[in-house]
Design a protein around this ligand. Structure first.
Ligand code: GLV
Length: 327
């Protein structure tokens, strides 16, 4: 007697162990061809006959894909899910899951790394030393900004923003935060963070670090007027999503010295980086790697695979973003 065939799922990109084994136990895994563009029409074609898609943040999963007959779940290997049209998924009764929690520490660590690297010009200094330009100690060489005792402004006080506040304690920083949803007073006290409106945060912070999800409300949250409110000595850090910052306005603010520097892990049109950022010595640029530690990426893979496996078996996946789809 032949056993029932496993349902098919589409794996958009390879994931890390133990993710593949978890998926293979629950489903027949079809891999998206690396030669195909990440384009809705191609993804739709590849998803035909699949009950699930394991997607990543560069995959556009919108109505054209979500309307694939028989599709039940999209499991995104990321905490951010702005690449997926959630209302369209809900309308088509497709479950959407993400990977919250497991990447918080790695991402806060990296935001703080960018803050330190930009403040103390680490990348510039490394180039300088490697290229044989170091001819001897000089009192005015590579002067940077103080981090200890400085003021940190955190835009968005979710798990990763709170992680930044926690790290800032070790540097005796004064911490301000802006978030439409404030923290309970005991949490504020524990973190040593004070809630303020955005203009005040921008005016008083030496470092502004962005930790909001990308939504229509947060798109270009920081643009020309906001850069104009910042200190000329301020440094901007972004590890959230590129479009939260108006990149052209940022280039203008950096080149006209309205602000002093930026540490960026994300870009408005990834993987493209605004050409105006490339020659600037006062910016540190990373290729969207804030969650890239061995442990974190493996846990993200496992979590996404478990979300998929649970849904394929008819269950309610743990990290369901649209619970109304699965009663
Ligand atoms: C990474 O950017 C994520 O959203 O997980």
């Amino acid at each position: 007697m032949s056993s029932k065939p496993k349902p098919r799922i589409l794996l958009m990109h390879p994931i890390l162990d133990p993710g593949p084994a978890i998926l293979a136990e629950a489903a027949e895994v079809v891999e998206y061809s690396l030669d195909l563009p990440l384009d809705e029409a191609y993804i739709r074609q590849a998803a035909e006959g699949c009950v699930g898609i394991v997607s990543q943040l560069m995959d556009p999963i919108r109505d054209g894909v979500l309307s694939t007959p028989g599709l039940k779940i999209v499991s995104n290997v990321a905490v951010g899910f702005d690449n997926i049209d959630l209302p369209a998924a809900t309308a088509h009764k497709v479950m959407v899951t993400n990977t919250p929690g497991v990447l918080d520490d790695a991402t806060s660590d990296f935001a703080f790394t960018l803050l330190m690297a930009t403040a103390r010009r680490v990348v510039e200094a490394d180039y300088f030393a490697r290229s044989g330009k170091f001819k001897g100690w000089a009192i005015d060489m590579m002067l940077g900004a103080d981090v200890f005792n400085a003021t940190l402004g955190i835009v968005g006080i979710g798990r990763i923003g709170r992680g930044m506040a926690h790290r800032a304690k070790g540097f005796n920083m004064r911490v301000l935060y802006y978030d439409p949803q404030g923290l309970p007073p005991d949490a504020e006290q524990q973190l040593g963070a004070t809630r303020v409106e955005l203009p005040r945060l921008l005016a008083e912070s030496d470092f502004v670090s962005v930790h909001v999800p990308l939504t229509p409300e947060t798109q270009h949250l920081l643009s020309t007027p906001q850069f104009g409110q910042m200190k000329k000595t301020a440094i901007l850090i972004n590890t959230s999503r590129g479009p939260v910052i108006d990149e052209a306005a940022l280039v203008e603010a950096l080149t006209s010295k309205k602000i002093a520097g930026a540490g960026l892990d994300v870009y408005e049109r990834e993987p493209a980086i605004h050409p105006g950022l490339i020659p600037l010595p006062n910016v540190v640029l990373a290729p969207h790697i804030a969650s890239a530690t061995v442990r974190t990426r493996s846990e993200m893979s496992a979590m996404a695979a478990r979300n998929m496996a649970t849904a394929v078996r008819g269950g309610r996946p743990p990290n369901l973003l649209n619970p109304e789809v699965k009663k």
